[in-house]
Design a protein around this ligand. Structure first.
Ligand SMILES: C[S@@+](CC[C@H](N)C(=O)[O-])C[C@H]1O[C@@H](n2cnc3c(N)ncnc32)[C@H](O)[C@@H]1O
Length: 221
């Protein structure tokens, strides 16, 4: 997502830690592990400005939610919204999912949300796609037994690519809808991108996958 550089958001990120964890070099991950182990926890990678996760967190106070956002201006904007919501079950990390995955030793998530992830259409950028093999391996390690991946996209090619990759890693597809109309019910909520695409009449594709005992934990040979 292209975003405007917002100095106030970067400044906000530097100064506010009530709902923020850091994962810089030599950082101790124990407070993150504690948060994740404290309640059943869901992870969202690339939350954008946080509309989705705040909606879910308010409706499900019995769960914890953790979001990781690469773009610092977006992360600062989202953190401010989380702070203003005055809830205790959403925490944010400004950084790359890979650095979080590398540092976590004990945490296991009930589910991982991938909402309208950047499709990175060029082949040379495949490794950046959040459904490429290296990411799928990390998700398998971080999910509880029978943990879920919740995937939504507007992009047909990215959907096709992701569907094929999901299959290679042997997960059970428990829900698939190529014309999904989110009504902010069940365990879902509309995202900012989803609002935009729906207004343009673009079909939303949604898949939910469950980890099984056969799900690969290493790259297929
Ligand atoms: C296209 S936006 C979608 C935002 C939001 N989920 C929505 O649906 O409105 C994708 C977001 O994922 C973030 N992102 C991409 N790769 C990431 C990574 N490896 N770790 C953390 N965030 C990432 C981007 O910075 C961007 O804000």
């Amino acid at each position: 997502m292209r975003s405007r550089y917002k100095p106030w958001a970067i400044e906000y990120l530097k100064n506010n830690f009530k709902n923020q964890f850091s994962i810089g070099e030599n950082e101790d991950f124990s407070s993150i592990e504690e948060y994740v182990l404290n309640r059943p926890t869901y992870l969202e990678i690339g939350p954008g400005k946080g509309q989705f996760i705040l909606n879910l967190a308010k409706r499900y106070p019995e769960f914890n939610f953790l979001v990781i956002e690469l773009d610092k201006s977006i992360a600062g904007t989202t953190l401010k919204k989380i702070d203003e919501a005055e809830i205790d079950n959403v925490k944010l990390i400004a950084g790359n999912f890979y650095d979080l995955a590398k540092g976590l030793k004990k945490s296991k998530f009930c589910g991982i949300f991938l909402n309208f992830s950047d499709p990175w259409p060029k082949k040379r950028h495949e490794k950046r796609r959040l459904t490429s093999p290296n990411f799928l391996i990390e998700y398998a390690k971080l999910l509880k037994e029978e943990g879920y991946i919740y995937f939504k996209t507007d992009n047909g090619d990215f959907y096709q690519y992701s569907y094929e990759e999901f299959n290679k890693f042997k997960r059970d597809i428990i829900y698939l809808n190529e014309n999904y109309d989110c009504s902010n019910q069940d365990f879902d909520a509309e995202t900012e991108f989803e609002n935009r695409y729906k207004l343009q009449g673009i079909a939303i594709k949604r898949v939910i996958l469950k980890k099984t005992k056969d799900t690969l934990l290493e790259l297929p040979k």
